[in-house]
Design a protein around this ligand. Structure first.
Ligand code: ATP
Length: 265
């Protein structure tokens, strides 16, 4: 029997003025699935993450998250059950905030503010997550002094702090050097393979960043779904070529993908 759905979109449109950000999107993410979401700049990926994190309502259609339908639920109760990392959330973290506070304060759904005291359970969980994501040694550093890779990993530790049922990672690989990217892919592969980890959705621009262990993929173009399903069926040269509007050659070695223009020698 399939595991329960954590995200369910049915006939979803998002319209702003004359702009169609999403058109007729149907999508189901199940508890044990790990999805990668690919599409060109402006395809609608971040808009989809905004819906899946209960930060936005659809113009038309229904969005059901963790069994609760948007419009019929208090989003402030839903949001702590969903972990999100994104560039816009990162911008809201004060550079002077202590890394340990960035992580532990997630449990209280605040950025840039922390309580006088956290309970020992929270502090222990934050320390465990910081170690797991390789930022334990920086707990007393200011967030603004971290490298881009360390900041990305701090944000993921923060997103996991509330023990979410759904983890949404909007371009965690952006701005990382090769070593940082490989480190991130390794950690995300471990998380993908952890049967106790939450359902995961990763937005990326690069097939090289798809962690082995990811089970499903969606390709978006101009707000519409080009393809969605098992990674092996969706991450193909013809479908990627259609999505990005150029002829691509695709390679795969030990679960890792590479893509390049097919006409290049
Ligand atoms: N409030 C708005 N009004 C009009 N257009 C908008 C609004 N918000 C976003 N858009 C447009 O909607 C499209 C989809 O944006 P979105 O951020 O979801 O794309 P994306 O796939 O995440 O892009 P990128 O890869 O560049 O981050 C873009 O063309 C964007 O300019």
């Amino acid at each position: 029997m399939p595991s329960p759905a954590v995200v369910q979109l049915s006939g979803v449109d998002v319209v702003r003025g004359s702009a169609h950000l999403l058109r007729g999107v149907d999508w189901t993410v199940r508890e044990d699935e790990r999805w990668v979401l690919l599409g060109a700049n402006g395809a609608g990926k971040t808009t989809l993450m905004q819906l899946a994190s209960a930060q936005m309502h659809p113009t038309r259609g229904t969005v059901t998250l963790l069994g609760e339908t948007l419009g019929a639920v208090d989003v402030f109760e839903l949001r702590p059950r969903i972990g999100l990392t994104s560039a816009s959330l990162a911008q809201r973290i004060a550079p002077a905030e202590r890394v340990g506070d960035v992580v532990v304060s997630a449990g209280y759904a605040v950025v840039g503010r922390w309580r006088e005291r956290y309970d020992i359970h929270d502090l222990t969980r934050a320390a465990m997550l910081m170690d797991q994501w390789g930022v334990g040694p920086y707990a007393n550093r200011q967030f603004g002094t971290l490298s881009e890779g360390e900041r990305k990993r701090t944000q993921i530790a923060r997103a996991l702090m509330t023990d979410p049922e759904l983890l949404l990672l909007d371009e965690p690989g952006a701005g990382l050097d090769l070593g940082g990217r490989e480190d991130l892919v390794t950690r995300l592969t471990d998380l993908a393979r952890d049967p106790n980890a939450p359902a995961q959705v990763l937005v990326t621009h690069h097939v090289e960043e798809i962690p082995p262990g990811y089970t499903h993929a969606m390709l978006l173009s101009d707000g519409a779904v080009v393809a969605a399903g098992a990674v092996d069926d969706v991450i193909t040269a013809p479908l990627l070529s259609e999505t990005f509007g150029l002829t691509l050659a695709l390679g795969r070695v030990r679960g890792r993908f590479t893509a390049r223009r097919a006409t290049d020698a």
